[in-house]
Each structure stands twice: as C-alpha cells, then as structure tokens.
Design a protein around this ligand. Sequence first.
Ligand code: HEM
Length: 401
Amino acid sequence: MTSHSAFERILEPSGRADPYPLFAELRKTPVARQEDGTYVVSTYREIVELLHDPRVSSDRRNRLSTDEAPDMTPSFIGLDPPEHDRLRRLAMRHFGPPHSPGMVDGLRPACLHLTTELIDGIAGKRQADLVDEVAYPLPVAMICRLLGVPEEDEPQFHAWADQIIETLGPGEEDRAERERERQAVGLKLEGYLAGLAEDRRRQPGEDMLSGFMTYRGPEGGMTPQEVVSTAVLLLIAGHETTINLIANGMLTLLRHPDQLERLRAESGLIVPAVEELLRYEPPVQLVSSRVALDDISIAGTTIPAGSPIVLALAAGSRDPAHVPDPDRFDPCRARNEHLGFGGGVHYCFGAPLARIEAQIVLAELVRRLRGPRLVADPPPYRPSPVLRGPRHLLIEYDGVD
Ligand code: HEM
C-alpha cells in the first residue's frame, strides 16, 4: 500500500488535530513527488518562487483529463492572466461598501455591531460553541451583506457551501465522483445567484452583485456568467476560511493563557496576533489547484510539464529556514512574513475583510469573556485537510462583560 508518505498522512483524518510534525517531515524533501505524479512543495522559498512563476497555472482546464466532468464556469481563482487580471480588477472595483473612502475599512462598524449581537447571544449561558454561535455566523453575514444576498437565504448557502468544500482537496480517490457532486451542488448555487443577479440588473441596489451587473468601464464589464462565477467564488471563499481563522484563533489563545491575558491588557496587540495566527494555524493549509505548464527545475528537482502541484502553505509558514523558532506562537514577532493569504497574482482578494473580521471578533471575545476555558482539547475537526479548522469549539466561561 502506498498510503504512507508524509503528505498522504496529512490528508488522513488522524492527522487533522496536529499536522505540524507531518509538515516538518514533509519539508525534509522540499519538492516531493507522490506516487500519483503530484509534486508537493513545502519550503518557504520554493513555495514563494512557484507562486510567482507564470509557468505554474491555476486553470483547472490544463489539469483535468477529458473523461472527467467539465468544470463549472471557472472563476478568477481558477484562471491565469490575462483573463484572471481583468475579472479580479472588475470585482475589486466593487469590493466594500459604496461611497466608502477606505473600501472594506468602512465595514468595521457593521462588523462590530454584528459581533456585539453574537456575543450578547451567549451572555446568558456558561457554555457555548464558538464555531456555531460566533465564528460561523459573522463572516457569513458579512459576505452576504456585501454581495446583497438576503439573510433568510443564508441557511441554504451554508448547506451548499459545505457540500462544495467537502468535495475539494487533493488525491485521486473518488475524484470523478467528487467532481460530479461538486458540479451538481455548484449548479444549484449558480442557478440561485443567476436569479438574484437578474433581479439586481433590473433593480440595482448598492451591493456588489448590482455593481457587477451594471458596471461598464473602458475594458467592458462582466458577462452574466462571469457575475455568477465571481459571486460563487466570493461566497465560498468568504464563508469557509474566516470561520477557521476565528476558531483556530480562539483555540490557540485558550491554549496560551499568558498571551490571552496580554491581549486583554494591550488591545493593540490584536493586529500582530492575527498575523501570527495566520502563520501558526493557517485556515488554508494547502493550495492544490496548480499545474506545471512546462518543465520546471526547482530545488534540484524537475517538475515535468503537466504535473499537478500542491503548495503546502502551512509547512512554508513554519519553515525554520525562514522563521526563527517557528513552532512557537509569538504575537510579538519583529517580522512576520507568512503564506496565510498565498502570494503572487492570486494573493487573497478578501484579506483586508478577513483581517478586520478576525481582529474585531477576537478582540471582543478576549475583552468580554470572563474566565474562558476549553471543554475539549483537541476539539473535533472539519474533514477538509485544505481548509482546516474545528467543527465545534466548546468553551465554558464564568460570564460575559
Ligand atoms: C485567494 C486565504 C478570506 C476571497 C486566497 C488564497 C488564499 C486565501 C491562501 C490563495 C489561493 C490560491 O493561490 O490559489 C484566505 C484566508 C482567509 C480568506 C486564510 C480568511 C482568514 C477571504 C475572504 C474572501 C476571500 C473573506 C472574500 C471576500 C478570495 C478570493 C481569492 C482568494 C476571491 C482568489 C484571488 C485570485 O485568484 O486572484 N485566499 N482567504 N478570501 N481569496 Fe481568500
């Protein structure tokens, strides 16, 4: 059986609670060929090099063999320049509340308001699940509000987005089946958003969907199909990552009570603390959607043209050749260059929003919860090795200020 390379063990559920020793083992071979021909890259320098290499494509159509189901209309995360750049620019133009000079900065008041409501919601109890009651509803409400998705449709999105995430990830096992499932759910989500986008075209509001449908500039606008694929991307990327940053963040702080106390005393520390969390417990552990367009020589290995490439961001951010004492959680690092948001042309589009959300909600939880402690350590994890985070985070506390 082949199932025992460090990378394969990272994919297995038993590795989920603490994959970092496996990532350390993986880094011993910076560019590791797997049995199925995938190349896994795990050291900081090599990952950064490939993130910036135009011979590394993000376009699934360069990867899938012809007997597999065709993809949904690709969104810009799955396109290469120049198509990628045009769509990303068009989307960026509408990112954030209208008439706001600071773009997403203008979302701070809404984010604080929602956070206050969510924490008030657990104030009458002594035990709460921070995933279901805080970490999940906040980013969902924020991205739905930005896009213009009605709040009452959020539960339906939750189900669709979760189903799509479960079908993602590297590995050949059940790949065709997973592709089919992903496509079926994707079509439902696309159908829903197409209807909503059409409503906005007829009656535009101040949300992103209206902007996407109506904007026409020097390089044109988005086609209705592009609007839908961009909206699906933002919904899913906006749903499924920030939850993990918040949940991993509270878990890490509760495991480091001295740091939690420091943060309570010096609220300004939340900014570097969130950067350290993105390095130390990154919500996106692997980027598994790349393919080599040409033979690429790197770290003494040649990745042959056509090979799938996985970039192990979580391993790179703990590479001792790049970060001193990488396994220590230290919010006060003098320099913190992490791979939490990727890099190069696909650098996370939502990073400013994710930072605002995590900073506000973590700062408020730290400030308001009296005597918080973990009920179970480690907590149960969501299945995905790519978007990794707790499924539940049960805590007990003595009260809420
Ligand atoms: C891309 C991480 C939140 C939208 C990425 C990538 C990473 C990442 C690693 C690069 C993927 C690649 O190279 O293929 C995260 C993390 C988040 C977060 C850790 C939260 C803590 C968000 C939010 C949004 C968002 C809130 C939406 C509002 C996107 C988009 C891309 C992207 C659209 C594709 C960018 C492109 O292809 O040019 N994100 N993300 N992300 N993210 Fe995020």
